[in-house]
Design a binder for this molecule. Structure first.
Ligand code: NDP
Length: 295
């Protein structure tokens, strides 16, 4: 089984490294070619010059871009994916994408008898390195089975969520929870700090109580209290995800004021902190408003 991997970003790179480490023959392509060249050298993969070149001879192509639109932009033209994809190939899109664009990509590929699943991941860059990602899949069960050996190289829990777009929707809602937990935890802790409570003491209590979350258990102790704020997952990408969750709520006519508000707050944070800030840096916005540091 020949694999092609397109998009060697913060999470795509360690995922592709897991594919290479499994021994499956791998071709890589990245928009900034030097990143793909470095990867190919380090892992003994083939470096393709174009998406079409990467897809040629590939049974399974994996894409991992910021947005579904970025994936769609790679499909057409003489250098595009469709020009290279063979009859019966499979595209696994690991982008945290949006359901409507994923359906359009599925339809464009179906005309060429290429199978498609949306397969966004969760577990962060460390989960990708360890091969312990959770993967939420939308699409045909038969296409998922063809893709499974590749998914298993970087994923531990692989869940079929429904038709194309269902993986994207579950991922967006998961990340909307992450975003609301970060903001709510930051607001509550900022208030406690202003009352004179040590945030470490507060977290010790909360993490043994019913208000705990990934934000309170991991992100705030490891990244905020330490003031390290490592850059592993861009705030801009989380803003995109909460926006997709808010859109899913609107499309399904589900009242969701908390999701809409969180989407707006992350849009403000993205405007303030820019495209390279980490998602946990949204806490700094709450700190600025409160006039305290959670430390
Ligand atoms: P990065 O921004 O680090 O990397 C994005 C990658 O996509 C780079 O390889 C970039 O190429 C490429 N790219 C961007 N735009 C285009 C384009 N228009 N055409 C072709 N290539 C393009 O993102 P991540 O790796 O962090 O995220 C990728 C996806 O995974 C996102 O949807 C994100 O939401 C999701 N995700 C990320 C997690 C994380 O912890 N980082 C966790 C879970 C999901 P170049 O090198 O040229 O810039």
């Amino acid at each position: 089984m020949n694999i092609a991997f397109l998009g060697l970003g913060a999470i795509g790179r360690p995922m592709a490294a897991r594919v290479a480490g499994s021994g499956l023959p791998l071709t890589v392509w990245n928009r900034t070619a030097s990143r793909a060249a470095d990867f190919a050298k380090e892992f003994g993969a083939r470096h393709a010059a174009t998406p079409a070149d990467a897809a040629r001879d590939a049974d399974v192509v994996v894409t991992c871009m910021p947005t579904s639109q970025d994936v769609a932009s790679l499909l057409d033209g003489p250098e595009g994916l469709i020009a290279g994809l063979g009859n019966g190939a499979t595209l696994i899109d690991c982008t945290s994408g949006d359901p409507a664009t994923s359906r359009k990509i599925r339809d464009a590929l179906a005309e060429r008898n290429v199978g498609y699943i949306d397969a966004p991941v969760s577990g962060g860059t460390t989960g990708a390195e360890k091969g312990t990602l959770t993967i939420m899949v939308g699409g045909d069960a038969a296409v998922l089975e063809r893709a499974r050996p590749v998914l298993e190289t970087f994923g531990q829990k692989i869940v079929h969520c429904g038709d194309v777009g269902a993986g994207d929707a579950v991922k967006a809602v998961n990340n909307a929870f992450l975003a609301t937990h970060i903001l709510a935890a930051a607001e509550g802790l900022a208030a406690l700090v202003k009352m004179g409570v040590d945030p470490k003491v507060a977290l010790d209590v909360i993490n043994a109580s019913s208000g705990r979350s990934n934000a309170s258990m991991n992100l705030i102790p490891e990244r905020v209290i330490t003031r390290k704020f490592p850059r592993t997952f861009r705030l801009a990408l989380l803003e995109k995800d909460v926006g997709i969750a808010a859109e899913v709520a609107r499309d399904t006519r589900t009242p969701a004021p908390i999701l809409q508000l969180t989407a707006d707050l992350f849009r403000i944070a993205r405007g303030e902190f820019g495209e390279v800030a980490d998602h946990v840096e949204a806490v700094k916005m709450v700190e600025q408003w409160a006039g305290v540091e959670i430390a």
